[in-house]
Design a protein around this ligand. Sequence first.
Ligand code: ADP
Ligand code: MG
Length: 385
Amino acid sequence: MNIHEYQAKEILRQYGVATPKGQVARDRAEAASITRDFGGQSVVKAQIHAGGRGKGGGVKFAKTPDEAAELFDRMLGMNLVTKQTGPEGRKVQTVFISDPVDIARELYLSFLVDRATGRVTALASTEGGVEIEEVAAHTPEKIVKVAVDPAIGLAGHQARELAFALGLSGESFKKSGVFFQNLYKLFVEKDCSMVEINPLVVTTQGDVIALDAKISFDDNALFRHPEIVAYRDLNEEAEAEIDASKFGLNFIKLDGDIGCMVNGAGLAMATMDIIQHHGSSPANFLDVGGGASEEAVKNAFRIILQDPGVKAVLVNIFGGIMRCDIVAGGVVKAAREIGVTVPVVVRLEGTNVEEGKKILSESGLRIQVASDLDDAARKVVASIR
Ligand code: ADP
Ligand code: MG
């Protein structure tokens, strides 16, 4: 799960990590009054779950409270396109007013889970404010990696290694040690998958502060953190994915032609591979999970059909706990209620497979039944040719 910059900064403050003062403004008057509180100037920042806002026009400097009000008006509701949103952009629904900081240096610092070593790893670079992917691609030697031993935590010498890598000295050096330790503590205690501070700023007074913050959480640990779940912003999530999550279904939008209804992530991967193998690509996949009801299957099928990218549907179910007759029943109900205009190929195997196939063949609907996965992929790809 991802959260907004202003929310991430609330958490940083709880852990004693320095950030500029800031507040969400609800209307233009508030944008002006917050700016007045900051001494008459502010930075107006669009809140979307994507970075690169600065370059896209989502971070603007206001020299007066009136200008902050103007910028607030212009930003709220705008469609912000950044390198990370893709060409369709994101609608700005929240605007954050931040206290301007006198920046001496912009640095980069993040913690993430390095899958290769299985450890929480800090990445530090003097190239802050730029996308780290660019730095990694062109000047990888400018990124320093420090892997943390989970039994010890971020050791003092490791914090110093990071500070040296960032070229810090004097008071900034001392302050950065506490900053890194607190950030690591936050990462572990809140079950994060990534905490990225870009830029980490050294101010002209030598303070070390998080000017921007991006935090992602491990979804599997969210049950331990109701306070994080409360930060969830449904405006930032794809409608179909929210719709699916209401029924305990997992929907992922992709950009191909074939809608896939499967059970289990492994079968989803195999299904997508074999579709690719036969020369097409998936428009989405929807995992109905272990023991979905007929109602859930019906909704799954509806959600897949509502995806405008879908030119044909492949239902690929292995009935273990899930029963094939329930899947067939759900598909038939959905097809009757919604009306299906695209070809549908169904491959069922496992528990109650005969009952399932019977329901499909007696439905009177034009559903092609496949004998195995290969046959199913072949048929569904052929259906859109
Ligand atoms: P993004 O990463 O989405 O572009 P940032 O929050 O990193 O957004 O802001 C982009 C740039 O805007 C920063 O690199 C910094 O130069 C400037 N900036 C952002 N917030 C402030 C602030 N409070 N004071 C001064 N400059 C800021
Ligand atoms: Mg940034």
